[in-house]
Design a protein around this ligand. Structure first.
Ligand SMILES: Cc1cc2nc3c(=O)[nH]c(=O)nc-3n(C[C@H](O)[C@H](O)[C@H](O)COP(=O)(O)OP(=O)(O)OC[C@H]3O[C@@H](n4cnc5c(N)ncnc54)[C@H](O)[C@@H]3O)c2cc1C
Length: 278
């Protein structure tokens, strides 16, 4: 298969890129190869609208990329390598696709600890993670959330709207202290406590273990948190492996210029995977 425009990664950037290409080129073929089992969807809704807006359902997260742009979206398709000398990529299942222009839009991967993902352990990033967490809330009495950044606090807030006890572990002395000015952080912190969230401040997770349908988290102040499940929001790292093995320059992301061009005139990178001048 050959596409005029081939996009690796089926996330939000893939959707935006397909729309952008269509504004410039009405007929060029667009292929999207995405490892996610779901076609491109609006990721921010996973920690916000899907929990807070009763009129916003799961059927509304799709970005309708294929029908709006004519792109061929291959879900559940992970690209294993890029061969720039032949302008082609090969998927994990051995399919080869050629490109005119290639966009790397592989996003970012959540930071994990040594605790493997399971129905009780969610490193929150994908629509599938959202569905897993919703399932967990049906049976769990207590869920721990680790990470006091945007993902951790949004998920803790979302869970506090459910019939479940929530403990939020943050390394901040005041929740939100690393994101907001002190007075705003103080109000933010108070808001969580006011909504029944137990906030464990100034401490980091050291290790975790899952046993007997429970998750036990060891904290660096010597204490433990035990819950029916845990959600991690510990930050992300750019998914740069493909670019690195294709010989492209990488430094905390694929290095691109202000037009999102790599050093290869046929290869671009955008979104969470890119390191662009800003
Ligand atoms: C819960 C949540 C809420 C958020 N809320 C906000 C917000 O309110 N505001 C905001 O600005 N940002 C928000 N973000 C961040 C925002 O969603 C990301 O910046 C954005 O999704 C990045 O888009 P992307 O296409 O670069 O990466 P992604 O959306 O992560 O998509 C990358 C895709 O590439 C796929 N992929 C990776 N490697 C391969 C491979 N080798 N082959 C094929 N496919 C591959 C992945 O499976 C993934 O589907 C949020 C993030 C999360 C997780």
């Amino acid at each position: 298969m050959r596409y005029d425009y081939l996009i690796i990664g089926g996330g939000m950037v893939a959707d935006s890129a397909a729309r952008g290409i269509r504004e410039q080129d009405a007929s060029g073929s667009i292929g999207i190869l995405g490892a996610d089992p779901d076609a491109p969807y609006t990721r921010p809704a996973l920690s916000k609208k899907l929990w807070t807006d009763p009129d916003f359902g799961r059927d509304q997260v799709s970005l309708d990329t294929a029908s709006d742009t004519g792109a061929e979206v291959h879900t559940g398709t992970r690209v294993a390598s890029v061969d720039r000398s032949n302008s082609s990529v090969t998927t994990e299942s051995g399919e080869r696709h050629e490109y005119g222009k290639l966009l790397l839009a592989t996003g970012a991967t959540p930071t994990r600890i040594e605790l493997p993902p399971s129905p009780r352990v969610v490193y929150f990033r994908t629509f599938a993670d959202y569905r897993a967490l919703r399932e967990l809330t049906k049976t769990a009495d207590h869920i721990a959330v680790v990470g006091g950044g945007y993902i951790g606090t949004e998920i803790a807030a979302a869970l506090s709207l459910q019939d479940v006890k929530v403990t939020l572990v943050t390394s901040d002395a005041v929740l939100g202290g690393h994101m907001f000015p002190p007075t705003l952080a103080a109000g933010f912190d108070k808001g969580f406590a006011g909504h029944g969230v137990t906030v464990r401040r100034g401490t980091k997770i050291v290790s975790g273990a899952e046993a007997s349908a429970r998750v036990q988290l060891q904290l660096d102040d010597g204490s433990t948190v035990e819950a029916d499940g845990v959600v991690f929001g510990l930050g992300v790292r750019p998914e740069t492996e493909l670019a690195e093995s294709a010989g492209l320059a990488v430094d905390d992301g694929v290095i691109v210029d202000e037009f999102l061009r790599t050093e290869d005139e046929h290869v671009y990178a955008a979104g969470d995977v890119a390191n662009y001048p800003d």
